[in-house]
Design a protein around this ligand. Structure first.
Ligand code: SF4
Ligand code: SF4
Length: 161
């Protein structure tokens, strides 16, 4: 009893951990999974997605729809005519990001983009490209290549050197 009273007493003089959001924001952990998705572009501004549909097939909630365009783009690659993701049923499992061969789909690690409009939860290709334009500085640690590197066991990393 004395020990627990001691803990209570000690906490009386501890500084509070409360962060006064939205005036102040906590730093988000690097591995946070926030279901705000972006579709990335290459250095020439061309969408990186090659419409392979791997993300569509792996998604456990079946909320991704990719429709490839009939023709190829100026770089001779396939691209999606339609790309749609219904965020309302997203589990934030990140499978779609991890499986992407071209680092085209990424989850932006930001907090506080809640909405009360149902239509905002339908992410179209255009919206996801816009998210990329707004947050491109934040994506380097969100791509499939980065995640694969991070998950490589240390022994394998040694062998690759
Ligand atoms: S986002 Fe990636 S996995 Fe999904 S269709 Fe495009 S290239 Fe394929
Ligand atoms: S994070 Fe998971 S549930 Fe959400 S879209 Fe990607 S694969 Fe589907």
């Amino acid at each position: 009893m004395l020990r627990t009273l001691g803990i209570t007493f000690k906490n009386l003089f501890r500084k509070p951990f409360t962060v006064m959001y939205p005036k102040k924001e906590r730093e988000m952990p690097k591995r946070m999974r926030s279901p705000l998705f972006a579709l990335t572009k290459d250095k020439d501004g061309i969408i990186n997605c090659i419409a392979c549909r791997l993300c569509q097939n792996i998604c456990p909630s079946k909320i991704i729809t990719v429709v490839p365009a009939k023709e190829k783009n100026e770089k001779g690659k396939l691209y999606p005519e339609k790309f749609e993701l219904l965020v309302e049923a997203c589990l934030a499992c990140e499978y779609c990001v991890q499986v992407c061969p071209t680092d085209a789909i990424v989850m932006i690690r930001v907090f506080g983009w809640a909405t009360d409009k149902k239509e905002d939860l339908i992410l179209t290709k255009e919206k996801m490209l816009e998210v990329y334009d707004n947050y491109k500085d934040l994506i380097s640690e969100s791509t499939a290549s980065f995640l694969r590197k991070m998950q490589t066991p240390p022994r394998k990393k040694e062998a690759e050197k």
